[in-house]
Design a protein around this ligand. Structure first.
Ligand SMILES: [Zn+2]
Length: 239
């Protein structure tokens, strides 16, 4: 069932190593069919070269495996938590891409220094609080990982369309979009802006973040009611 959804998830997973975002098997992508409340996700620990569309595992929003003989990615509960909390998203991507992960490990937001960043985000890429020993060791680590993300977005009243990625403290980025292809694009953009931010900080350790006018110009020309970037219906908005 849901062959096109599995194909979509499969292609997104293959795109991650192709874009240099994945080493070994550290990452996963999922795509959801909102009408059915089922998402397709990569199986656990399968090398990307061996992956086939039919290997994608189907999971419902209660966490039940509805199709697939392989075990789903161990990060599946985090994806499910995000799909439940952010009803507007259609895909989730998790990578350990080096530069974004460097910020996550340092517990630092990726500061918004330029227009590349402002094309995708309304501000710094946020970072979660550290997870507690109880959250880490209580038997629901991956679900709790989702919870710290949701907690951050709730506390700061962030719209997931304005902030389509987050860094989990000491861990790595999660990204999302209106579909999984968009979530892959945001994962590429997040790695790219993390790399550039690190270089900007090397050149100018006290560099302030981008001026509000320039941020608003770039963010709003791609997002929201006044967006004019790209072609009509060409996916000019993240969400
Ligand atoms: Zn991870």
């Amino acid at each position: 069932m849901l062959e096109s959804l599995k194909q979509e998830a499969y292609e997104a997973n293959l795109a991650l190593p192709k874009h240099g975002l994945i080493n070994l098997t550290f990452g996963n992508a999922s795509a959801i069919d909102r009408a059915k409340g089922i998402f397709a996700i990569k199986p656990s620990g399968v090398a990307y070269v061996d992956l086939k569309p039919a290997d994608m595992v189907l999971i419902d929003l209660e966490g039940k495996q509805v199709e697939g003989s392989l075990r789903p990615s161990s990060d599946t509960p985090t994806h499910r938590r995000l799909f439940l909390a952010f009803p507007e998203i259609g895909g989730v991507v998790h990578t350990h891409s080096s530069h974004a992960t460097a910020f996550a490990q340092a517990g630092r937001e990726i500061p918004i220094f330029g227009t590349t960043h402002a094309d995708y985000f309304a501000g710094n890429v946020p970072v979660t609080r550290k997870m507690t020993p109880a959250e880490i060791g209580g038997g629901a680590y991956e679900w709790e990982t989702g919870n710290v993300i949701v907690e951050l977005f709730t506390q700061r009243a962030f719209d997931p369309s304005d902030y389509p990625a987050v860094l989990v403290n000491r861990h790595a980025p999660f990204t999302w979009g209106k579909n999984v292809a968009k979530a892959v694009e945001v994962a590429v953009a997040t790695e790219c802006i993390a790399h550039m931010a690190l270089m900007s900080l090397q050149l100018e350790p006290k560099l302030p973040t981008i001026e509000a006018e320039l941020l608003n110009k770039h963010f709003k020309r791609k997002h929201g009611p006044g967006a004019y970037y790209g072609q009509p219906d060409s996916g000019k908005s993240i969400s």
